[in-house]
Design a protein around this ligand. Structure first.
Ligand code: SF4
Ligand code: SF4
Length: 67
């Protein structure tokens, strides 16, 4: 079974700067119509933690889902 990951974006801390949208290799994040960044393809996450490491506001958390 391939590993599965949870991607949590804290909307209270996120300022929708777009860094995670830019750096996620799997395009897990997207700008929604209201200009806010959302998790749209959590199932595609490979757990590289680029988003977690690069988010300037510590608004993203990624962890491996228990099987
Ligand atoms: S990098 Fe962080 S603050 Fe910027 S859009 Fe992503 S979650 Fe929000
Ligand atoms: S851990 Fe990697 S693949 Fe998963 S959402 Fe973050 S940047 Fe994208």
């Amino acid at each position: 079974m391939p590993k599965k990951f949870k991607v949590n974006l804290n909307p209270k801390w996120c300022k929708s700067c777009g860094i995670c949208v830019e750096f996620c290799p799997k395009r897990v994040f997207e700008f929604s119509k209201d200009g806010k960044v959302r998790v749209v393809r959590e199932g595609d996450c490979i757990g590289c933690k680029n988003c977690e490491l690069r988010c300037p506001d510590y608004a993203v958390e990624v962890w491996e889902e228990e099987a």
